[in-house]
Design a binder for this molecule. Structure first.
Ligand code: SF4
Length: 615
């Protein structure tokens, strides 16, 4: 067949050095196929082996990594049997790959035209006028004008760079294009455009597309068939429609159950405890058994085979073994994996106004010339008014560069506003200085997207939590210790975390530490700046549940900055949409998300994955 067939792929990585040599098995027996003119999504959370699988297909494994066994056939040609020179011709030619961050694949000192010409020359022997004509045609096919031919990568936006890279990859007329998280770094409207483009190109060219993604909605929009990966293996393989209608593997079912959505508002999100086992784990039985809510005795001792649960729908689970009568009762139970139930109480009705922002403006001078004369102002924040009450979550939504983060910094008085007023619990911040400002600031804390860079790596968790407390709360040493223990308990961390360093924790646990640190000084307002966007969906669910619990317990006001509309629809009471430094629409979450009035809000909602790019 044309397309790509991967059989029993095993990757090993040498680790541990001479003193403690170990062999990691991050990909362990992966098989799938992609037909001509078909899109297959390799779906999974971080660390499941999907990107390494893609790199192995390109024969681009990192140092120390090797293909231990298996085969990859591109239109019947065994890629692992080719010499490196032969593979060099295939790579970027018949088999091409684009990455999450196009910047890393584009040469910064070559123009777009030079890079496309290079590919045309290497794979199709085109030069001169023929190459220029083809470059223009390729640029046009990815939606870029001729004016971008002489542009360097740094002169392009993120979306334009991804388009330029796609044009470069198309230059070799690939039969198979691998796209590894191609839109993860892009804004939602640009993401929708790039996905649409990939889908159109795949269909027009009859190309095979292997899409690597962690995003269930993106996979659904794009793929004809989906392979779900877990701990180095494919655990479910089915048509996109069948998988999304009725996932068969308990892991896939959990992935769906942890997703925040509008219809789950007020409910506690389901959670998936534990972590994906590492590539050095020696498995006995099912790899998912420790986290599986329906595991039974057989799962611990016998490795499940890849059973065909329905025609063309496979799951690596004993429950999909239709030959085993004893599993039928468990199958019925497993298909009823549901959320954990509601939060303790419905969202509390908003109380007193905690944060009030009136006509806030932050203008940055634009300077030019030798004397750096001010020739104008960039209006990063331009007349923003909003308020957040106790027990309420206001989501601030917008794309990069819209002014969200500048607004947050101005609220915290980390930058001076040009105009306008910020009041916290009725007290204006403008006149405060020194100790008075410091104390007021303690009432509003911020939690960032990347907890690791915001936690001091040389301080133990106990010290991190006690630091702000010591400065702002007059507590005895014993009371401080008690409060640290209480904070750890509140955010669901073990008591022994006190004596450990941030690097000893997973990403989700580090975000819990950052939240505990923010809570340590008894704030009234938390500014949450994309707090879950670096986390896998299962960990995201845990953090969203935690934030909802803490809000109920403490009546906290949240200003939740995010681009993720699923998260917004799940937890926000009200939403403010920001564009070009202004709030263009603000209102109750359900009304705004279902009946937006502003054209930009509609565009954001229509661009969100799950709205059917591929339909
Ligand atoms: Fe869960 Fe057992 Fe199926 Fe593994 S084999 S997914 S542990 S039910």
């Amino acid at each position: 067949m044309s397309g790509l067939v991967v059989e029993n792929l095993r990757i090993e990585i040498a680790a541990g050095g001479a003193s403690n040599p170990r062999v990691l098995k991050p990909v362990d027996g992966v098989s799938f196929e992609i037909g001509a003119n078909e899109c297959v999504a390799l779906l999974g959370e971080s660390g499941c082996g999907k990107s390494l699988t893609a790199l192995a297909l390109m024969r681009l494994l990192p140092d120390g990594g090797r293909v231990a066994s298996g085969s990859v056939r591109l239109a019947e040609e065994d890629l692992f049997a080719l010499t490196e020179a032969e593979m060099g011709e295939v790579r970027g030619g018949r088999l091409a790959m684009i990455f999450q961050e196009p910047q890393t694949s584009l040469n910064p000192v070559m123009t777009v035209a030079e890079q496309i010409d290079e590919a045309l020359m290497a794979h199709r022997g085109l030069t001169g006028a023929a190459a220029t004509e083809e470059s223009l045609r390729l640029l046009e096919s990815v939606g870029l004008g001729a004016d971008k031919l002489d542009a360097y990568p740094f002169q392009l936006s993120g979306g334009q760079r991804q388009r330029a890279l796609i044009a470069m990859m198309l230059a070799g007329e690939p039969e198979v294009l691998i796209a590894d998280e191609p839109t993860t770094a892009l804004d939602v409207t640009v993401q929708a455009q790039i996905l649409r483009l990939l889908k159109d190109l795949q269909q027009q060219r009859g190309m095979s597309l292997l899409l690597i993604t962690h995003d269930l909605d993106v996979a659904h929009d794009m793929a004809d068939r989906v392979a779900v990966m877990y701990a180095g293996q494919i655990v479910e393989w089915a048509s996109s429609d069948a998988l999304y209608a009725a996932p068969r593997h308990p892991y896939t079912q959990k992935l769906f159950a942890v997703l925040p959505r509008l219809d789950r508002r007020g409910e506690r999100l389901d959670s998936l405890p534990g972590r994906v086992p590492g590539p050095d784990t020696l498995f006995v039985g099912c790899r998912f058994a420790d986290r599986c809510p329906v595991a039974f005795e057989r799962c611990r001792v016998e490795t499940p085979a890849f059973h065909e649960a329905a025609p063309g729908h496979f799951a690596r689970c004993h429950l999909a073994d239709s030959a085993d009568e004893s599993t039928s009762r468990r199958v019925r139970h497993a298909h009823q994996i549901t959320p954990n139930g509601a939060h303790g109480a419905p969202y509390a009705a908003p109380l007193a106004v905690v944060l009030e922002v009136r006509d806030l403006a932050v203008h940055f001078p634009i300077r030019k010339g030798l004397l750096k004369r001010t020739i104008g102002h960039a209006k990063a924040v331009d007349g923003v008014s909003l308020q957040v009450a106790a027990g309420e979550t206001l989501a601030l939504v917008g794309e990069s560069g819209c002014g969200k983060t500048t607004l947050a910094r101005a609220i915290l008085r980390l930058i001076e506003p040009t105009a306008g007023r910020v009041s916290l619990l009725g007290e204006p911040l403008a006149g405060l200085r020194g100790e008075a400002l410091r104390r007021k600031r303690a009432e509003m804390q911020i939690v960032f997207q990347d907890p690791f860079s915001s936690l001091n790596p040389r301080m133990k968790v106990g010290e991190i939590l006690a630091e702000g407390m010591a400065a702002l709360l007059s507590l005895s040493a014993a009371a401080q210790r008690e409060r640290v223990a209480d904070l750890l308990n509140q955010v669901g961390l073990p008591a022994d975390a006190v004596g450990r360093y941030p690097h000893e924790f997973s990403g989700g646990q580090r975000q819990r530490i950052a939240i505990a640190r923010a809570l340590a000084v008894e704030p009234k307002l938390l500014i949450l700046d994309e707090p879950t966007s670096a986390l896998d969906v299962s960990v995201q669910a845990q953090i969203l549940n935690l934030l909802a619990d803490l809000q109920q317990q403490h009546g906290l006001a949240y200003l939740f900055i995010t681009h993720n509309l699923s998260v917004v629809s799940y937890l926000a009471h009200r939403v403010a949409v920001m564009q070009g430094g202004k709030i263009v629409e603000q209102g109750e979450a359900e009304t705004l998300l279902t009946r937006p009035e502003n054209a930009y809000t509609r565009l954001l909602l229509d661009s969100a994955p799950g709205r059917g790019v591929g339909s």
